[in-house]
Every structure is written in C-alpha cells, then in structure tokens.
Ligand binder design. Structure first.
Ligand SMILES: *Cc1c(COP(=O)(O)O)cnc(C)c1O
Length: 394
C-alpha cells in the first residue's frame, strides 16, 4: 500500500498483496489458454481453477462441487437470492432478510417484491443484532429463504449465524448469508452453521477485484445465471477468469494462514482507536456490537458535527476513512444501517467508519486519533448546535 496515505477503508476494498499479483501474472501473460481446451497448457489452467475451488471449499468446510466462481459479492448475492426464488419461489412465496443488508441483497429483494414475492425486513437492536424471536415470528408456511449477512460492512456487527441457520434448518427454509466482510477475517464453517448459500469476494481479502464465489450446498437447486457453455456446472457460463482465479487462490491461502495473527493485531489496534476516541473526544458513540464485531471495524458517531466534514479534513492529512458503505458515501442520505440502529438523523450523519488492514501500525492509529480529536473540536466550534447546547448547560 502507498505509504503516503493512511488507509482505513478496508471494508470498501483492500490492497492487493504482492504475492497475489505474482500469482496472477503468468496467466495474464503467456498462460492464456482457454481452460476448456484439450491440450496440455489448457489442462494446466484447468488445474489452477480446480485447485482454487478446492482451497475455497476447504476454507469454509464445504466440498469443491459446491463452489461457483462469480464476479464478486454483488453477483453472488444477486444470484443466490434470484436463483433460489426462481426454483423455490415460483412467482410467490416469502423471503426474510434484515434492514441492514448490503444493497446487493436489499435491492435484489425489492426487485423480487415487484415480481410478487413478499419480503420481511427484520429490524435490529441498538447494536445491529437481529432478534431471533422476531425471525421466528416472521416465518410463514411459504417462507423459502432467509438471507442475513454474516457481518455488517458499516458497523462490523457479527450476526448470530449459527442460531439463524438452526432456525432456518428446523423450519425447512434455505439460509443464505452475505459473508463478504466476514470471509477470510473470521472462521466460517457452513455445516456447523447450517448455511445453504454463502457469498464472498476476492477484493475484500487482499485479492483481485472482479472475482468472488458463491457456495451452494449440494442438493440446493439454483436457477441458471448465465446461459452458454458448460462452465460452473452449466449454470454460470463464460470462459473462466483464470488470472483472477489464480489471484483469489493465493489470497485465500494467505488469509487462511494468517487469519489468527491478523485478527489479534487488528483487534489490538481497533480497540486502541475506539478507546482513544471514546475517552478523549466527548459526545461520541461506538456503533455496532462491542464484542461480536469484525476485528478491523471502527464506526463512531460524533454529536455536533458532520461526518462528511470530518472526512474532508482527514483526507487533507492523507487519512482515508469512510462515511459508511461506498455505495452511500457522497450522498446526503443517512446510512440505512445507522438509521436501523435507531439513531437520530443528525447522529447518523455525524458518523465515520474506519476499517483497518494488514499495513496499519500503532503509530498510524495514534496519529489518526490525535487528528480526530483536534478536528472534532475545530468542527464543533463552528457548530451552532454545539454552541446552543453549551449555552444551555451553563
Ligand atoms: C463489498 C460488499 C459486497 C459487494 O462485493 P463486490 O465484490 O464489490 O461486488 C457485498 N456485500 C458486502 C457485505 C460487502 O461488504
């Protein structure tokens, strides 16, 4: 990563590892054969795909025939939900999801609502956890799918996935989880959690962009996404992106190998950043669950200031942070996730997300905390609301 900046936006995307680039280069250069061809150099490329599929399967406790390559998280989410609706919804039926899903899930569900499928959007508590009682109550005889994300991309809350899988399983309902933020960052076992479909993406684990996968449990029928050749068992046709698959393979291998040490380091830095801001900057709130939380996620609301203004100041000092998801950043609209926590609009708009990665150091974190402390004070001094508040208090 370019050390001219302090990069704290790893939930938006991560820097590609040099080992990953090295793994890709031969397939971008001379190893260009179509893996479906019969000669030796093509069979070599076929082996790259098979090996990657094996590694991905092993990383979540699945079988290799249950892994389908896609272009990333958004495609996997779209395919999982539409593909299941096509086979099990049959133009009616009921899906349960949550209010804090990524737009790739939410907008797919809204699309299906227009096609006559009912959708329940579960609310969450003040920490972003879905309520299992509410989930159980939402189940109807025609519910065919529950789709709840593994971990939230804005506030880092990790959902009670095993419990949700248990409820889905005992009611004969399929369970899909958007694990794009969790995959490669926390251990995942699809059997243990009764997960039937799982979405993951390469560029959130220091791999290339434009590659990801969908896990589909054997026996689950999913509609064909792309008609064409026989690739991906004939349901997602198109010549495989071998360079990206070679990169994903390496990224998966490294993320599995380093998960524990990475998480330990990230949690240490994360908690230091959270503690410094909460203790040193008044009128702040941590968003997301304190414990059931992604190792790299910090999301804080600052009363009496605009998150966007704070981001602009941080950017002037080379600090890359985010107002929420990349998809809602830049817009005035408050984050749907923060609103679902029950935060007032002005608090939601006073929030920033900082997501750590491989390269961050304690020195950087202290620098960022110092700057936030200073800028929060500067911005509040310009805020009429802050002045009113202080006048009322004295
Ligand atoms: C990034 C992200 C996606 C989209 O993944 P792409 O590979 O960028 O399409 C979906 N869901 C979540 C939770 C994400 O964080």
């Amino acid at each position: 990563m370019n050390k001219a900046v302090i990069y704290l936006d790893n939930a938006a995307t991560t820097g590609i590892l040099p080992e990953v680039v090295d793994a890709m280069i031969p397939y971008l250069k001379n190893k260009y054969a179509n893996p479906s061809s019969v000669y030796g150099i093509a069979r070599e490329n076929r082996a790259v795909i098979n090996n990657c599929r094996k590694k991905l399967a092993k990383s979540i406790g699945a079988n290799e025939n249950e892994i389908y390559f896609t272009s990333g998280g958004s495609e996997s989410d779209n395919w999982a939900i539409k593909g299941v609706a096509e086979m099990y919804g049959r133009r009616s039926g009921h899906i349960i999801t949550s209010k804090i899903e990524h737009p790739a899930v939410l907008k797919t569900c809204r699309f299906l609502e227009d096609k006559g499928i009912d959708v329940t959007y579960l609310s969450v508590d003040e920490n972003g956890l879905i309520k299992l009682r509410e989930l159980e109550k939402a189940i109807r005889p025609d519910t065919f799918l529950i789709s709840v994300m593994y971990a939230n991309n804005e506030i880092g809350t990790i959902e009670p996935i095993r419990e949700i899988g248990g409820i889905a399983h005992s009611n004969n309902i399929l369970f899909h989880t958007d694990a794009v933020q969790a995959y490669g960052h926390v251990p995942i076992d699809v059997s243990d959690c009764n997960i039937d479909l799982l979405s993951a993406s390469g560029h959130k684990i220091n791999g290339p962009k434009g590659i990801g996968f969908l896990y589909v449990r054997e026996g689950v029928n999913i509609g064909r996404l792309i008609h064409g050749g026989g690739q991906e068992r004939g349901i997602r046709a198109g010549t495989e992106n071998v360079p990206a698959i070679a990169g994903l393979s390496k990224a998966c291998e490294i993320s599995v190998k380093t998960m524990k040490t990475r998480a330990t380091k990230e949690i240490f830095l994360r908690d230091h950043l959270i503690d410094r801001i909460l203790y040193e900057v008044p009128y702040t709130r941590l968003n997301g669950h304190r414990i059931n939380r992604l190792p790299n996620n910090v999301n804080i609301s600052f009363q009496f200031l605009q998150g966007e203004s704070l981001l602009v100041l941080l950017d002037m000092y080379g600090i890359c942070a985010s107002a929420g998801s990349a998809c809602s950043a830049g817009l005035q609209k408050p984050s749907h996730v923060l609103m679902a926590l029950g935060l007032p609009v002005e608090i939601a708009n006073g929030s920033i997300r900082m997501t750590l990665g491989l390269d961050n150091t304690m020195e950087e974190i202290d620098y960022v905390a110092d700057k936030i402390k200073l800028f929060a004070q500067n911005l509040r001094e310009l805020s009429p609301q802050y002045e009113d508040y202080r006048n009322k208090r004295v």
